[in-house]
Design a protein around this ligand. Structure first.
Ligand code: FAD
Length: 494
C-alpha cells in the first residue's frame, strides 16, 4: 500500500516535471493535458484547480514553487481568490502581457479564457527587464521554469522564454488557453428575454470553435500593436525617421562567447566615439545599439537612412517610409551583412562566428522596421452596454502603448498596465459605477508613458495590483467621471 502511494507521488512528480521542463508552447499544452488526465484533475474547475494540483503533486521538488505561488495568492487584494468571484474574462492574445494579465485575473478569482492565434512561441528577440519585473517574475517561480532566469547581473529574457513561463503559471492557476484561435470581433447580446438572454460573446476563427459560446463580462485586448478591438483611437507620436534592425545569431555557449561583454542600451547611447569609429571603419552609421547574450546573441540597433543607402541595403530613396522599407526595396543579403558587421564591430570582433539563428519562417533572423511613428491608445478602457449586459473592455501591453524596442520598455510598462487593468476589474466586480471605474482607469493610464525605473516605487516587495503600491504621487482622480462619459457606450447612443 505504502509503495503504491510512493509510486503515485513519484509519477505525479514526473508528470509535473515534464510540464515544467516543456520547451515549446505545444509541448507545454500537451504535457499539461497528460498531467491533468493522469492525475484526474479537471482544468475547467478553475476555482479549485490550483489547490487540487497542489494536493496531487506534493513532492519536495515542487514545494518551493507552491510556496512562492501561495505567497502571491495570499495577497490581501485578491481576497483569497474571491475578489472577483463569478466574473468571466476573455483575453485576446497570449503574448507576455496577455498572459501576465490572465495570471492576475485568475488570482482575483475570475474565470479566465485566453485565445491566441498562433501555436508557437518563436520570437528570439530579447526584452529588457526592469528590476521590478525581475522581482515580479521571480515571485511567480521564474527560476523553476527557466533555471537561467536573470542569473548574475542579467536583466533580460527572450520573448519566447518569457511567454513559456507565463503560460505555465497561467495553466497552473486554472486559466483556460486556446491556441490557433483568432479573435475576429465582439458579438453583441441579442434582444431577447432580458433575464436569461445570452451575454457578450466573441466571433473567432475557426468559427466553429467552442470558445465562441463563451459569455464574458470583461474582454482584454492584448493582441499586440495591431489591436483589433473597436473604440480605441490611436495617438501617434511622430519622431524623426528611425529605422530599427534586429538580428539574432546562434549562441553556442562557448567560453569565448561567454567572455564577450553585452552592450546595454542606456550606457551606449552616450558613447559618441564608438559611433564615429564605427562609421569611419565600416560606413555603418547608427544612433544606438544594444546587445544581449541570451539563447541567441541578440542585437537591436537604430540605423541612419543614408548609411543603409550607401551600403546598398535600401535600394532607392523614397520619402514614404513604407515604400522605402518595402521588401522589393531592400537587399536582404546586404541587410544580413550590415547587421553582422555592426554586431562584429560592436563586440570588438570577439564573437567567434556570427551565424544567423533561424526564425519562424526558416530564414536568417534579421528584421528591419520603421520606428518613426509610435502609437498609444487614447484611452485604456471603455464600457459597452447592450440589452442589459455590460461589458468592460480594456487594453494592455503593446495594444495600449507601443514600446521603443531599443529601450525595451514593452514588458515593463506592459506589466504595469496588466496590474492596472486587473485593479479595474476588481473595482468592476465590487460594483463601482461605470463612470467611476473609467475615470480612475484613465487617471492611472496618464502615468504610464512617463514611468521609468527611477520614478516608480522601489519597494517591490509591496507591489500589488493596487496602483498606490507602485506609483508614488498617484492621483487616481485627475480625470473626472464627466470627462469619460463618451467611454460608456450604451444602446441609447447607437
Ligand atoms: P505581443 O507580444 O505582440 O503579443 C500579442 C499576441 O497576440 C501574439 O502572441 C499574437 O500572436 C496574438 N494575437 C494577435 N492578434 C490576435 C488575434 N486577433 N486573436 C488572437 N491572438 C492574437 N520589443 C522589444 O523591446 N525588443 C524587440 O526586439 C522586440 N521584438 C519584437 C518582435 C516581434 C516580431 C514582435 C511582434 C514584437 C517585438 N517586440 C519587441 C515587442 C514586445 O514583444 C512586446 O512589447 C512584449 O512582448 C509585450 O507585448 P504584448 O504581450 O502586449 O504583445
Amino acid at each position: 500500500m505504502g509503495e503504491t502511494e510512493d509510486e503515485r507521488t513519484a509519477q505525479a512528480s514526473q508528470l509535473f516535471e515534464n510540464f515544467v521542463q516543456a520547451s515549446t508552447c505545444k509541448g507545454t499544452l500537451q504535457a499539461f493535458s497528460i498531467l491533468c488526465r493522469q492525475l484526474e484533475l479537471d482544468p475547467l474547475d478553475y476555482s479549485n484547480f490550483y489547490s487540487s494540483l497542489k494536493a496531487a503533486v506534493s513532492s519536495w521538488k515542487v514545494k518551493a514553487l507552491w510556496t512562492k505561488l501561495d505567497k502571491r495568492a495570499q495577497q490581501k487584494v485578491y481576497n483569497q481568490n474571491k475578489a472577483c468571484k463569478g466574473t468571466r474574462c476573455l483575453i485576446i492574445g497570449g503574448g507576455p502581457c496577455g498572459l501576465r494579465t490572465a495570471i492576475e485575473l485568475s488570482l482575483l478569482g475570475c474565470k479566465v479564457v485566453v485565445i491566441e492565434k498562433r501555436d508557437t512561441f518563436s520570437r528570439n528577440n530579447v526584452l529588457h527587464l526592469w528590476p521590478y519585473t525581475i522581482h515580479d517574475l521571480r515571485g511567480l517561480g521564474a527560476k523553476k521554469f527557466y533555471g537561467k532566469f536573470c542569473a548574475g547581473s542579467i536583466d533580460h529574457i527572450s520573448i519566447r522564454q518569457l511567454q513559456l513561463m507565463l503560460l505555465k503559471v497561467s495553466l497552473i492557476l486554472g486559466v483556460e488557453i486556446h491556441v490557433n484561435v483568432e479573435f475576429a470581433k465582439l458579438v453583441e447580446p441579442p434582444e431577447e428575454q432580458p433575464d436569461n438572454s445570452p451575454g457578450w460573446r466573441a466571433e473567432v476563427r475557426p468559427s466553429c470553435h467552442p470558445v465562441s459560446d463563451f459569455e464574458f463580462d470583461v474582454v482584454i485586448g492584448a493582441d499586440g500593436r495591431r489591436n483589433t478591438l473597436d473604440g480605441f483611437r490611436r495617438k501617434e507620436f511622430r519622431g524623426k525617421l528611425a529605422i530599427a534592425i534586429t538580428a539574432n545569431f546562434v549562441n553556442r555557449n562557448t567560453t569565448a562567447e561567454a567572455k564577450v561583454e553585452e552592450i546595454s542600451g542606456v550606457a551606449f547611447i552616450f558613447n559618441q566615439k564608438f559611433f564615429l569609429d564605427l562609421k569611419e571603419e565600416t560606413g555603418i552609421d547608427l544612433e544606438n545599439i544594444v546587445y544581449y547574450k541570451d539563447n541567441t546573441h541578440y542585437f537591436v540597433m537604430t540605423a541612419k537612412k543614408q548609411s543603409l543607402l550607401d551600403k546598398g541595403v535600401i535600394l532607392n530613396d523614397y520619402i514614404e517610409t513604407e515604400r522605402l522599407l518595402s521588401a522589393d526595396n531592400v537587399n536582404q543579403e546586404a541587410l544580413l551583412s550590415y547587421a553582422r558587421e555592426a554586431a562584429d564591430f560592436g563586440t570588438n570582433y570577439q564573437l567567434p562566428s556570427l551565424d544567423y539563428a533561424i526564425n519562424h519562417y526558416g530564414q536568417p533572423d534579421v528584421a528591419m522596421f520603421d520606428f518613426t511613428s509610435m502609437y498609444a491608445s487614447e484611452n485604456a478602457a471603455l464600457i459597452r452596454e447592450k440589452h442589459g449586459h455590460q461589458l468592460l473592455v480594456a487594453l494592455v501591453g503593446d495594444s495600449l502603448l507601443e514600446p521603443f524596442w531599443p529601450m525595451g520598455t514593452g514588458c515593463a510598462r506592459g506589466f504595469l498596465a496588466a496590474f492596472d487593468a486587473a485593479w479595474m476589474v476588481k473595482g468592476w466586480a465590487q460594483g463601482k459605477s461605470p463612470l467611476e471605474i473609467l475615470a480612475e482607469r484613465e487617471s492611472i493610464y496618464r502615468l504610464l508613458p512617463q514611468t521609468t525605473t527611477e520614478n516608480i516605487s522601489k519597494n517591490f516587495e509591496q507591489y500589488t495590483i493596487d496602483p498606490a503600491t507602485r506609483y508614488p504621487n498617484l492621483n487616481s482622480s485627475c480625470v473626472r467621471p464627466h470627462q469619460v462619459r463618451h467611454l460608456f457606450i450604451n444602446g441609447r447612443q447607437d
